[in-house]
Design a protein around this ligand. Sequence first.
Ligand code: UT7
Length: 333
Amino acid sequence: MNRRLAAPVGITGTGECFPPRVVTNADLSKIMETNDEWIRTRTGIRERRWVEPGTGASQLGAPALQMALDNRGLKASELDLILVTTVTPDTLFPATSCRIQAMVGASNAFGFDLNAACSGFLYALTTAASMVAGGAIRRAAVVGVDIMSTIINLEDRATSVLFGDGAGAVIVERVEEGLGILDFEHKVDGSGGKFLYMPAGGSLKPATAETVAAKEHYIHQAGSEVFKNAVREMADNSKLLIDRNGFKGEDLKLFVPHQANIRIMDAAARRLDLDPSRMMVNIDRFANTTTATIPTALHQALGEKRMQKGDLVALAAFGAGFTWGATLLRWAY
Ligand code: UT7
């Protein structure tokens, strides 16, 4: 059964922010036992952006949101909600959304953070869009931001080469009938949590000198377990949405998958029988920025004129939790 919103709601503006520092595969090969060839062929990544130490999520999130507001021609005071999705908040509390609210001057907005790891943007888009569709609020911003360089262990080469820092933001509003979000499917399987997580720093295992010494404040990932599940669920979920809405892969103008590994993305595209030119790829330049991959890819796709009003677009993600999801929309402007 389709999951329909109560009214047509879609994305009406986008923005992004990346830190200026480019870290290439060659740069990484100087600080760990790795090489450009391995990283490129196993993941599709050539380079990523990393912040200078001392940069928090709000410092990328606020400029991304400001860009989205400017592109839509809105003042920050016209926002009702700022929904930030991140696994690397500035602080555990208060929420990063509160800091971003103050930075952009969104004087009439409330806000909160949502954590669904790499699926966070899709979950937040659905949450914000549902509130707009129901009429509770008029206008929301969703900001996906992660500063992954602060939680990678440079001694773990299989994981640390994968991630980058970045922020993407979108404005969510009512749109014309027939446009905007058509359907979505989101899932969680908590039994997969042990394959991708940060062991310490939460209530279960608060930070101590021992947890720091044991490097438990970094990402721990069982790469091949995550890989297998990501390939299956991202492909299955996207196909499900296309099928149950009576479309074929060829009807998609653009497929925008979470940018975790080009091999996972290619597998999903194959399952959709999609011409590779219809898949948005920016993993080569920005790596996996967790919740920021989809909104930044959307922003760049617009910049490259790869979609326009009325085009059918599918978004898909998989991440820690396990969480996964897909969203089908007709681009609204
Ligand atoms: O966004 C959140 C979701 N995360 C993901 O979707 C990530 C999913 N997982 C992956 O993308 C892949 O599993 C990885 C890219 C992490 C690893 O690729 P793999 O094809 O599963 O490689 P592997 O872990 O099986 O390692 C193969 C070999 C090993 O060497 P041996 O044991 O065969 O001699 C590793 O030690 O590659 C070695 N290796 C590396 N070599 C050079 C692992 N990392 C590196 C490295 N540079 N950075």
